[in-house]
Write a protein that binds this ligand. Structure first.
Ligand code: UD1
Length: 336
């Protein structure tokens, strides 16, 4: 297939582009590089040994987007977006414009070009406050913060398009917590500034860029008192997108599918697994709870198995080993 990837130089976009090329698809992508480096694209080309066209383009540049879409694509994988929860609370309008208006532009440009097949990067954040684990796709949706609101709104844009025009096929893939890196260690997660998410913070501590990890709360109603999350290897996640591409024709309009492992790990379990992978103790201290954190959330992955024929294959140790290989070889990310 001829696949267009938005946000191709980002963490998940770059891993998806690599797996698409490995599977023999023809891939082009764009990014505004606001939170990523084109070096990731160069490395994807080198790993795949195949061409990967890259454009620097912003979703808010509607005329350029329309021109690009008119070139003719079988399917679009849409990863581009801002994703820092804290920043979204400070700048909700920035998040609305960038994520929601950007996605509106994308859908309009696709429509104008007659491309109606889309795979969208949604998130388990759309489940808001979780009532019961594991969470399946029928769980009510709610926005826990402005970032989460944008994911919900973009899902709704897709539902509305598909309801209006039955030619649309949209997979709304709700990711749990992506971590890890390609097994080569050549591409990986490279957050700008201090990481908000656990795994990059843990790995930057292991490599000596940070003093210690702060564990946000150990008084939750969980086995060791720290929060449980469904960490999923980014390569498994990327392969979930390939499975969605293959099965997109079976989608009834726009449909949501969880991509998770079905298993929750605690913050302390993650730190222990990361310490094993790095072969060194990773210092940590118990800190107060972080506002807005849920005690536990993990996926019911049955729909992904039934509908996409996909399941996560890599466990927490592989996630940590691969993330560490990337971090160790690239202590300062792509700037190393
Ligand atoms: C967070 C967002 C979620 C978003 C996702 C995107 C919040 C509340 N949620 O998910 O909406 O979709 O990132 O990647 O921000 N932790 C520590 N110390 C740290 C960092 C994290 O103890 O330095 C803990 C957190 O309390 C949490 C777990 O580690 O229990 C995972 O945190 P994180 O990686 O930020 O992911 P989520 O909070 O699940």
């Amino acid at each position: 297939m001829k696949v267009l990837v938005t946000g191709v130089s980002g963490y998940i976009g770059s891993h998806a582009a690599l797996e698409l090329l490995r599977a023999g698809h023809e891939v082009a992508g764009f990014d505004n590089l606001s939170n990523s480096s084109e070096e990731s694209v160069r490395r994807v080309r080198e790993l795949a040994g195949k061409p990967l066209r890259f454009e620097r383009l912003d979703l808010l540049d509607a005329p350029a987007l329309t021109r690009l879409l008119r070139e003719g694509w079988d399917v679009v994988l849409h990863f581009a977006g801002l994703k820092a929860v804290g920043e979204s609370v400070e700048k909700p309008e920035l998040y609305r414009v960038n994520n929601v208006s950007g996605s509106e532009n994308l859908l309009a440009a696709m429509d104008a070009a007659g491309c109606r097949r889309l795979v969208f990067s949604s998130s388990c954040t759309v489940y808001g406050e979780v009532k019961k684990n594991p969470v399946d796709e029928s769980h009510p949706r709610a926005a826990a913060n402005p970032y989460g609101r944008t994911k919900l709104d973009i899902e709704d844009l897709c539902f509305a398009r598909a309801a209006k025009d039955p030619a649309w096929r949209v997979a709304l893939l709700r990711y749990f917590n992506p971590v890890g890196a390609d097994a080569s260690g050549r591409i990986g997660e490279d957050p700008r500034g201090a990481p908000n998410n656990l795994m990059p913070f843990v790995m930057q501590t292991a490599v000596g860029r940070r003093d210690k990890v702060r564990v946000f709360g150990n008084d939750y109603p969980t086995p060791d008192g720290t929060c449980l999350r469904d960490y999923i290897h980014v390569t498994d996640l990327a392969l979930g997108h390939l499975a969605a591409l293959d099965r997109l024709d079976s989608f009834a309009g726009a449909q949501a599918v969880n991509l998770g492992t079905g298993h929750g790990s605690s913050v302390l379990e993650v730190i222990r697994a990361a310490s094993r992978a790095a072969g060194r103790d990773i210092p940590f201290e118990i800190a107060p709870r972080r506002a807005g954190d849920a005690a536990a959330i993990w996926a019911e992955p049955a729909l992904a198995r039934a509908k996409l024929g996909w399941r996560a294959a890599r466990g927490l140790d592989a996630m940590c080993a691969d993330h560490w290989r990337w971090q160790k070889a690239n202590p300062s990310g792509y700037a190393s």
